[in-house]
Design a binder for this molecule. Structure first.
Ligand code: NAD
Length: 312
């Protein structure tokens, strides 16, 4: 499927039954020995392709993590309570999954001598003070999720600086694609597609002028494969397209792609929503050699095709 990336390695994907993790597993499994650890809390076993070993369990359980990481030389850490609202409801759970379990994983990676590529988030930046957002933007998270990802991000850097662990942090902007389910990030694309396919209306929160940087999951996977091999360890990279799309324009794209002619309506603005978000992609381009390649129109059209093919 991919012509670059790790080969002949023993790889662990935490959260490999989830949206991004399962695409990563698919890209890795023909050339590598791939193991997944997942408690199937939001991921599904049916997302896993054949030939992949599943260690079913909670990454907060040290024995589970130890079993999963034994003999591995490369880890992609995707497992998380990946939801801002859930983290607001239950900050202790968010901290234990997103921060504490990451620390345990880094400690085991130090013992095993593995490289770790970690999934972080622009939620660490909080409300942007300037756009596009560079990796050096101030960090003022506005949710427990953002704060826990900031801990993950900083621990990764510290484990590199203090102990020489090869860590690479990827801060994904709004990822989208097949198998996304109900993730709190780009759930807007899934929601609009569902509304359009059932005849509409497509409900936009507020005036729809808020913007996001939507990045296709295949690009997110490629960024991970590049991170597995880069010499720029101990660093963090934004993973986005560098393009901003308004939610209103997104609604129109979805309507056109589905050919539904659904009406677009506006509902109450959501409290606490960040108004604009867009990645500065310079560092990822210059140091990782990463550039997003899937235009949003194409990604949405393919997603419609995938949903129809699945007979959903
Ligand atoms: P997802 O919910 O589909 O995947 C997370 C996976 O982790 C699921 O399979 C879930 O079952 C598993 N998991 C959760 N808690 C666990 C635990 N305690 N033990 C073991 N497994 C556990 O989410 P996703 O969208 O694929 O996100 C993947 C990663 O990317 C997450 O770390 C998320 O925070 C990060 N991220 C995602 C986006 C995005 O746009 N989707 C943006 C920024 C960062």
């Amino acid at each position: 499927m991919v012509d670059h990336g790790p080969r002949g390695r023993s790889v662990l994907v935490t959260g490999g039954a989830g949206f991004i993790g399962s695409h990563l597993v698919e890209a890795l499994r023909t050339e590598n020995d791939v193991r997944v650890v997942d408690d199937l809390s939001s991921g599904q076993e049916s997302n896993l392709v054949e030939g992949v070993t599943l260690v079913e369990g909670d990454i907060r359980d040290l024995e589970v993590l130890q079993e999963a990481i034994e003999g591995v030389d490369l880890v992609f850490h995707q497992a998380a309570l990946a939801s801002v609202p859930l983290s607001v409801e239950d900050p202790e759970r968010s901290h234990s999954v997103n921060a504490t379990a990451t620390l345990s994983l880094l400690e085991l990676a130090r013992e095993e001598g593995c490289r770790v590529v970690l999934a972080s988030s622009p939620a660490i930046y909080g409300e942007p003070e300037e756009l596009p957002i560079t990796e050096d933007h101030p960090t003022k998270p506005t949710s427990p999720y953002g704060l826990d990802k900031l801990a993950l991000d900083r621990y990764a850097s510290l484990y590199h600086d203090l102990y020489g662990v090869e860590t690479v942090v990827l801060r994904y902007f709004n990822a989208y694609g097949p198998r996304q389910g109900d993730s709190e990030y780009s759930a807007v694309i899934s929601a609009f597609l569902e509304q359009a396919r059932s005849g509409g209306p497509i409900a936009v929160h507020g005036d729809g002028e808020q913007t996001r940087d939507f990045v296709h999951v295949s690009d997110v996977v490629r960024a991970n494969l590049l991170a597995a091999e880069t010499e720029h360890v101990g660093e963090a990279f934004n993973v986005g397209t560098g393009e901003a799309t308004s939610i209103r324009d997104l609604a129109e794209l979805v309507r056109d792609a589905t050919g539904s002619g659904a009406e677009i309506t506006h509902t109450e603005a959501r409290q606490g929503d960040i108004v604009h978000s867009r990645a500065d992609t310079t560092r990822a381009r210059e140091r990782l050699g990463f550039e997003a390649s899937v235009p949003l129109e194409d990604g949405i059209r393919d997603l419609c095709g995938a949903i129809e093919a699945a007979g959903d």
